[in-house]
Design a protein around this ligand. Structure first.
Ligand code: ATP
Ligand code: MG
Length: 302
């Protein structure tokens, strides 16, 4: 869907993109990285807003800078700080958008309905709250059913309900209309919930990219907590196994070791000791952990 090879873009002396290589598959995908990593710059390049200094970029088979008008129909975008004309209503703004794109009027209504703005469509944009402005930007991004929608920190100004609704909308549009997404965000648990693939950027390069499950496995700790009905019995039985560290704290058994080795035996021992599993948790199996650990490793290497 997106191919980026050896991409460079600098502003004065800042290398915002510094030899970036990524390949984004179809699906719901995340773009993460610390402030200043180059996420917004990349999004500007991908949507043909700025011309890179060098490197290859392909988005849905198009070269964004030279083919940005063709790209507009295939790729929708919500920028980090979208600007709207203030003196018009939401509806009038959307009618202008679809006219530029050559789409029928009903598409404007449909997009406003999807983002939950139809009831406010006749109000002036200047009177919109920041969350409503995000919704309007989102309506522009999804109008006309693009193949790919790129969102730069879409939830940063939304209230909790607005966030949940947005994530639901993204999932629904992906499932029902086969629209792919690339979402930049600092809210990692949120991305972990909706994305199947993620790229971690730092200083203009991709330091990790891949399917989230694989990245979670790669960086997760080997420490597990299991809560059972008879913890003492289970802890004692587990202590007999080779290569495991077992500790009992209150009603929780902590195990340090390789799950691929002890998991089957653990289940056997749970049954043997007449236990019931009440909870199971692996520490560090989170996108936040991937983010912190991968950046830490990168710092040690450089
Ligand atoms: N128009 C510009 N002029 C000068 N420097 C710029 C410009 N745009 C970006 N930069 C610099 O390029 C680097 C990457 O910025 P970018 O906005 O792409 O990061 P980001 O990953 O989106 O960060 P954030 O998470 O804070 O949004 C930063 O050092 C930034 O200061
Ligand atoms: Mg940014």
């Amino acid at each position: 869907m997106i191919v980026v090879e050896e991409l460079f873009k600098s502003f004065n002396k800042v290398n915002a993109l510094d030899g970036l290589n990524i390949r984004v598959p179809k699906g719901i995908n995340g773009l993460i990285g610390p402030n200043g990593a180059g996420k917004t710059t990349l999004i500007h390049v991908l949507t043909g807003l700025i011309k890179p200094d060098s490197g290859r970029v392909e988005v849905m088979g198009l070269e964004p800078w030279s083919q940005r008008y063709e790209l507009m129909r295939k790729v929708g975008v919500l920028l980090e700080r979208p600007v709207f004309p203030t003196n018009v209503s939401g509806m009038r703004y959307m009618l202008h958008v679809i006219r530029v794109m050559g789409l029928p009027e009903k598409e404007a209504v449909e997009a406003l309905r999807k983002v939950g703005l139809l009831n406010h469509a006749d109000r002036k944009v200047s009177g919109y709250s920041s969350g409503m402005k995000i919704r309007l930007g989102l309506a522009k991004a999804i109008v006309g059913r693009p193949e790919l929608v790129i969102l730069d920190e879409p939830t940063s100004n939304l209230d909790p309900r607005g966030r949940i609704e947005l994530l639901k909308l993204i999932k629904t549009m992906h499932r029902d209309e086969d629209i792919s997404f690339l979402i930049s965000s600092h809210v990692l648990p949120e991305l972990q919930r909706v994305c199947s693939w993620v790229c971690l950027m730092n200083e203009g390069r991709a330091i990790e990219q891949g399917f989230i499950d694989d990245l979670l496995d790669k960086y997760a700790s080997k420490i597990y907590a299991i809560r059972v009905s008879k913890p003492r019995e289970l802890a004692e039985a587990l202590s007999g196994l080779n290569g495991l560290k077992v500790r009992l704290v209150k009603d929780t058994v902590y195990i340090k070791g390789d799950a691929s080795i002890f998991l089957q035996e653990l289940l056997n021992l749970v049954i043997k000791t007449g236990n019931e599993i009440l909870g199971f948790h692996q520490f560090g199996r989170s996108l936040e952990n991937v983010f912190l650990k991968a950046l830490e490793e990168e710092r040690h290497e450089s």
